[in-house]
Ligand binder design. Sequence first.
Ligand SMILES: Cc1cc2nc3c(=O)[nH]c(=O)nc-3n(C[C@H](O)[C@H](O)[C@H](O)COP(=O)(O)O)c2cc1C
Length: 288
Amino acid sequence: MTEAVHAKEGVIFAQLWHVGRVSHTALQPQGAAPVSASAIATDRVSVFIETAPGAGALVEPSAPRALTTDEVQELVQLYIQAARNAMEAGFDGIELHCDNGYLVNQFISAHSNHREDQYGGSLDNRLRFLREVVAGVAECIGKEKVGVRFAPLFTTTDEARTYLGMVEEDPHATYIEAIKVLEDVGIAYLSIAEADWDDAPMMPEDFRRAVRSTFSGAIIYAGRYTAESGAKLLDSGLADLVAFGRPFIANPDLPARFAHDWPLNPLNPATMYGGNAEGYVDYPVHSE
Ligand SMILES: Cc1cc2nc3c(=O)[nH]c(=O)nc-3n(C[C@H](O)[C@H](O)[C@H](O)COP(=O)(O)O)c2cc1C
């Protein structure tokens, strides 16, 4: 796959995830409990499990157990090994998935992290797992080959609007501190997922400005952008790149369509997650 991308002069990063508590005993070795910063279950999020060969269902996550301090340090080493594996597989770099309520988020939020060791308590301690993973991976493969993805405003104090079960008292302050960790290591880019559902809150301008002044690497935003709104964001000077998710799924030739102002294929949400090749390799390119 990486060779095919390089043959077309593309660049490809592997995104590394650990979902932590957003999991289920059915997905764990020997039916064990999922792991997290603390033994605190999440809600407002479902996990996909296999119910029979080729069939699955969305279910509530299982209650997690807390990682021991030694296990947290082993996980840092596993991230480093995963990054090394990705480089050996021909990727140009790796992106650490640090959002959507997954493991790194579970350490950052005081609501999901009640640890009493050096990985819990103060914000500085709650950022320690992120810091060790980012620094360890950067040292192993080169900081210029590392990106991080955050979704700072998916976390909110408003339980009713909580996405993927994450609650954060002060997302602005927390994530600016987290971005300082990335700046200290000097990684290549920060990719920010904006809220992307209907009637989602807008990313406040003051947050974008704070991100810009805190991080000197490339800044990418994604979430419901169009060619026009993306260009506007770039013109504002607050971003270096705009990323497209769903429009790219439905339009394999998206850059050409933007460049020529061609109409976009509509997306079929039914084929978006999982299943088979349908919806992944069969959207037509533009023909005149
Ligand atoms: C089918 C699908 C799968 C996705 N998988 C991931 C993923 O693995 N990692 C990630 O960081 N974001 C993932 N996203 C979120 C996108 O990266 C992006 O933030 C989101 O789709 C909003 O951008 P859009 O409005 O241009 O689609 C996924 C989105 C979709 C629709």
